[in-house]
Design a protein. Structure first.
Length: 134
């Protein structure tokens, strides 16, 4: 089992201890995301005029919005990936079918070559017999 990591991070000017089984770089990345989101919200005049409770709610809504956008994009990418997997499967199947048809055609070509050779030998034999009879 992975070890739990604890690191101090600064979020919105205050020091917090983040804990998790993720590596410390990831935990710091989470803190950086929070700071960026807070800065983004504070850049709005309307946000600064809200009381702290509403600011926190608006911040949470912005984070939830980011989450759902990424979740939807991930779902779309997953669907595209599934479609590409299906296309690859279909193409592989088509390649196999084409290869089977090619191999079958090559066998027919060989059979026809043998038949042509046999007929050519027969022609030569008949011409030889005709020449002897003359």
């Amino acid at each position: 089992m992975a070890n739990k990591n604890d690191i101090p991070v600064v979020i919105n000017g205050r020091i917090y201890n983040l804990s998790g089984y993720e590596n410390t770089d990831y935990l710091q990345e989470v803190a950086n995301y929070m700071n960026n989101k807070i800065s983004e919200c504070k850049a709005s005049d309307g946000f600064r005029r809200l009381n702290p409770e509403y600011q926190n709610i608006l911040l949470a809504i912005n984070i939830a919005d980011d989450y759902f956008k990424v979740k939807n994009e991930t779902g779309m990418l997953s669907a595209q990936d599934d479609e590409k997997d299906k296309q690859i499967y279909d193409l592989r199947h088509e390649v196999i079918e084409t290869q089977i048809k090619y191999e079958s055609s090559m066998r027919l070509v060989e059979e026809y070559k043998e038949q042509v050779n046999a007929l050519q030998r027969k022609i030569i034999q008949l011409e030889a017999e005709k020449t002897r009879q003359e």
